[in-house]
Design a protein around this ligand. Structure first.
Ligand SMILES: *Cc1c(COP(=O)(O)O)cnc(C)c1O
Ligand code: SF4
Length: 364
């Protein structure tokens, strides 16, 4: 029997024709359709929008609606720049076993499935997402688990994809227990947009599976809320089910032009996340993924937003503004220094309200 979330997923909008029946396409959206029809399906990111998420779109806002921009493709995706790449973080080069990526000594990423509940038009892993590879086979999980057993310096495993929570409860349970069998000390992080785009997936049964596994070692859930309108009654209920079961929630927002690239929107988003017990973790500068330049903001604008947010938000509500460098350089925080100058053991800082204040360092 299909669960209601599986039914909801199968009834999601998955073709441009279904989209046309539900709304009036703009010319840029219609142009994507013509382009997609004449291109190899492998080279484009497919469409999927659950109905409940689609209903958050304000149709009167046209193409400028922040929800619509995240999920409805436009012809701008066909515009590729020379600095962009199909694999902007060089993940293929850092793959140490099937689906297992390691760029840092202390943590690794496992691509549990390529399937997502929604295909985000800004996705940086578009070379993999939605390519119908399917969930990892048991043999692949066992192989990754074996690598982890021999690499005890890997302390955290990020389970990503795709969206791992599109897998069934039993697939998830099996995967987590195979990882735990080899490494009961391994801290797990699950990266998912499901609480945002398909909150009905966060069933009591799923929460029970996660709760039981987190008795062995901690499981953190990393969501991706990009706009305050995504935090509605349904998503709040899904988040509550997780936190009430003792699963800590963090959020990674992607800074997206025309979606959330203004201080008021980001301030509201971060404060609302804190109010529903989610800690804002990262605010990401856009990766140099193929066909995503229409989503990227300039670094100069990003720095200005970071400064403004730091003035307005509490430390709890403030995410780290960061970029994942090309060529597998990893993440670096984009936080301008407040240090003005140094004079011996004395350091001059500029406070957030613009005053210059000395700090005397300890003499060792
Ligand atoms: C983002 C990422 C991590 C996690 O980085 P944190 O800064 O710990 O959140 C780990 N491995 C890879 C390959 C990543 O892309
Ligand atoms: S849910 Fe994540 S992996 Fe899937 S399309 Fe969106 S950003 Fe990409």
């Amino acid at each position: 029997m299909k669960h209601s979330w599986q039914k909801e997923l199968s009834q999601a909008i998955q073709t441009i024709e279904e989209l046309e029946q539900s709304c009036t396409l703009t010319s840029e959206e219609r142009a994507w359709k013509d382009f997609a029809a004449s291109h190899d399906a492998e080279s484009i990111l497919r469409v999927r929008i659950p109905r409940s998420y689609f209903d958050l779109i304000d149709q009167s806002a046209g193409r400028d609606d922040p929800i619509r921009r995240q999920v409805v493709p436009t012809v701008e995706e066909m515009h590729e720049l020379p600095e962009e790449s199909g694999d902007p973080l060089a993940e293929d080069a850092y793959t140490i076993a099937p689906r297992l990526i390691r760029r840092y000594k202390s943590r690794a990423v496992f691509l549990a499935t390529d399937m997502c509940a929604v295909y985000c038009r800004h996705c940086f892993r578009r070379r993999f997402a939605g390519k119908e590879v399917g969930p990892a086979a048991i043999a692949e999980i066992e192989q990754a688990a074996k690598v982890l057993r021999h690499q005890p310096e890997i302390k955290e495993l990020l389970i990503s994809g795709g969206d791992p929570l599109t897998m069934t409860d039993s697939q998830i349970e099996m995967m987590l227990s195979l990882f735990h069998e080899n490494r009961p000390d391994l801290v797990l992080r699950i990266g998912t947009r499901v609480p945002v785009v398909l909150p009905s997936r966060v069933t009591e049964d799923l929460v029970q599976v996660l709760h039981d596994c987190s008795r062995v070692s901690p499981i953190y859930i990393m969501t991706q809320f990009n706009h305050p309108r995504e935090i509605d009654r349904e998503s709040i209920a899904a988040l509550s089910r997780l936190v009430d079961a003792g699963i800590p929630l963090f959020n990674q927002t992607v800074l997206l032009r025309g979606v959330n690239d203004d201080a008021d929107t980001l301030e509201e988003l971060m404060n609302r996340l804190v109010s529903v017990r989610v800690k804002p973790y990262y605010l990401f500068q856009g990766d140099l993924a193929k066909g995503t330049s229409h989503f990227r903001t300039s670094l100069e604008q990003g720095f200005a937003l970071e400064l403004e947010l730091r003035k307005r938000l509490s430390g709890l509500a403030m995410p780290v503004f960061a970029v994942d460098l090309p060529d597998g350089g990893g993440k670096v925080p984009l936080v301008p220094s407040r240090l003005v100058r140094q004079d011996g053991n004395r350091y001059l800082f500029e406070s957030m309200d613009g005053r210059e204040i000395w700090y005397s360092d300890v003499l060792i």
